[in-house]
Design a protein around this ligand. Structure first.
Ligand code: 4NP
Length: 157
């Protein structure tokens, strides 16, 4: 079964996409340094920062440590390195589509479309309360489980 490289993308790379990366790595049993799985932000405001403490907390509550991750801004090379680039929401998707270079090898898709065949945004929880992070976690976990199944990634034992 093919195991595509996957990059999760949101706006800041501190709330949603680091959680998606951590959950997906966990479900795949992938090492922290497995570069075929990653995340990035469309903006560079938080480059070098750890994930938002609320994302770290909700992941930790489910036994997943994302505290070592550091935010980075998407680069055009990501389109040449990753086979699957998954946008957290439709606005992220529109921007990714604009940015994609001619020699991109990536399939650029909405996260929910790739996971469930639906058009559902993973809402930005940054300005909201903690329960926003819990519902984002639930959405991301369900999506990543479906993705692991459909991409044939080995699951963690
Ligand atoms: P994320 O959330 O895209 O899920 O990482 C955000 C984090 C920071 C900002 C926006 C969204 N910000 O504007 O700084």
């Amino acid at each position: 079964m093919p195991k595509p490289s996957v990059l999760f993308v949101c706006l800041g790379n501190i709330c949603r996409s680091p959680l998606a990366e951590g959950i997906y790595r966990h479900l795949c049993g992938a090492a922290h340094d497995d570069e075929s799985i990653g995340s990035a932000g469309l903006g560079g405001w938080h480059a070098g920062d750890p994930p938002d403490p609320r994302s770290i907390h909700v992941a930790r509550q489910h036994g997943i440590d994302i505290s070592h991750q550091r935010a980075r801004q998407l680069s055009l090379d990501d389109f040449r390195r990753y086979e699957l680039i998954l946008a957290m929401d439709s606005s992220n998707l529109a921007r990714l589509t604009e940015l994609a270079p001619k020699d991109s090898i990536a399939r650029v898709e909405l996260f929910s479309q790739a996971c469930h065949g639906t058009q559902e945004d993973v809402p930005d929880p940054y300005y909201g309360a903690a329960d926003g992070f819990r519902s984002v976690y639930t959405m991301l976990f369900a999506g990543c489980e479906a993705l692991v199944e459909s991409t044939g990634r080995d699951t963690a034992s």
